[in-house]
Design a protein around this ligand. Structure first.
Ligand code: AMP
Length: 213
């Protein structure tokens, strides 16, 4: 089985942005499993899973574990390259299902930032309506042409779940449901590496951690 590299962190902690910067010159060496990306494809294709997931996502709640495990576990098992998970596992049940399926993460990295940073970042964030690539409306990571994705040329939009009320709800859900995942993984003998993602050195630290992976 290919190596699984798990990225944890509050919504808006910058997982997707850091990952995209890390992969810039080595995209073909890794796969990326973005759970919300997969769910958005289901929504776009108007599948039963998409229809059920949308209401949860729009209100900042987590999509039920049964759906998530159904779309994620096989993808992780069948990957032929080292694979990053952005947004999995997000509950104790998901972590347990992953471990029971024989998937033992190779590296787990938790990005941490304060809640008020998350709320401000959500205000400043726009994403590609097609590929989900994140950009900022401030000078941190603007697109080259305003409103257009550098990667696929599609329009940039605000995420419906990036408004402050929904962000607060997502932070609460993270604290209640995702935080305990760290303990489950630790109990299974997995080391959790932490990176302060407000530090200018976060990118360097990520490179260092993944150097030999
Ligand atoms: P994200 O883009 O990772 O912040 O995810 C956006 C939304 O997708 C979340 O608020 C959830 O509704 C849903 N989602 C993403 N990953 C998961 C997961 N592992 N379990 C349940 N819901 C998820």
């Amino acid at each position: 089985m290919a190596k699984v590299i798990i990225l944890l962190g509050k919504p808006g902690a910058g997982k997707g942005t850091r990952l995209s910067a890390f992969l810039k010159d080595k995209e073909d060496r890794y796969e990326v499993l973005s759970v919300s990306g997969l769910l958005k494809v289901e929504i776009r294709n108007n599948t039963d899973i998409g229809k059920e997931a949308k209401a949860y996502m729009d209100s900042g709640r987590l999509v039920p574990d049964s759906i998530i495990n159904q779309i994620v576990i096989n993808k992780l098992k069948s990957s032929e390259k080292p694979i990053f998970t952005d947004g999995f596992p997000r509950t104790v049940k998901q972590a347990e299902a992953m471990l029971e399926a024989g998937i033992s993460p190779h590296v787990v990295i938790e990005f941490y930032v304060d809640d008020d940073v998350v709320i401000q970042r959500a205000k400043d964030r726009i994403v590609c309506s097609k590929c989900g690539e994140p950009y900022t409306t401030n000078s941190f990571k603007p697109s080259k042409v305003e409103g257009i994705c550098d990667k696929c040329g599609e329009a940039l939009i605000r995420r419906s779940d990036d408004n402050p009320d929904v962000v607060r709800k997502r932070l609460k859900v993270y604290e209640e449901e995702t935080y305990p995942v760290v303990d489950v993984l630790r109990s299974a003998g997995v080391t959790i590496h932490s990176i302060d993602n407000t530090s200018g050195k976060a990118g360097e630290e990520l490179e260092k951690l993944l150097k030999n992976n």
